[in-house]
Design a protein around this ligand. Structure first.
Ligand code: ZN
Length: 88
């Protein structure tokens, strides 16, 4: 998979779980889901992140995971404010 995953909103990295073997109704379409690396069932609940996506066509799942309109808008606004701050 060439598209890079954004980190989980908790700050941890995330990984793709291939679910193609369980979802073989649509040949040629790779199915999977994205799971936070801190979603470890053996961790104590207070240290665990429960973030994961539903299983679906992997291209759509990755697009959905990486879609962060608020985060992107905040990055633009921060860049604007840093630019203004530099000119003061
Ligand atoms: Zn997480």
């Amino acid at each position: 998979m060439s598209e890079e995953l954004k980190p989980c909103p908790c700050g941890s990295s995330a990984h793709i779980e291939d679910q193609s073997k369980t979802k073989n109704k649509h040949e040629g379409v790779v199915f999977g889901r994205i799971v936070c690396d801190k979603n470890n069932p053996f961790d104590v609940p207070s240290k665990r992140c429960y973030m994961k996506t539903v299983c679906g066509p992997l291209k759509e799942v990755i697009r959905s995971w990486n879609n962060r309109p608020r985060e992107d808008a905040l990055k633009v606004r921060i860049a604007e404010l840093e630019g203004k701050n530099g000119s003061i």
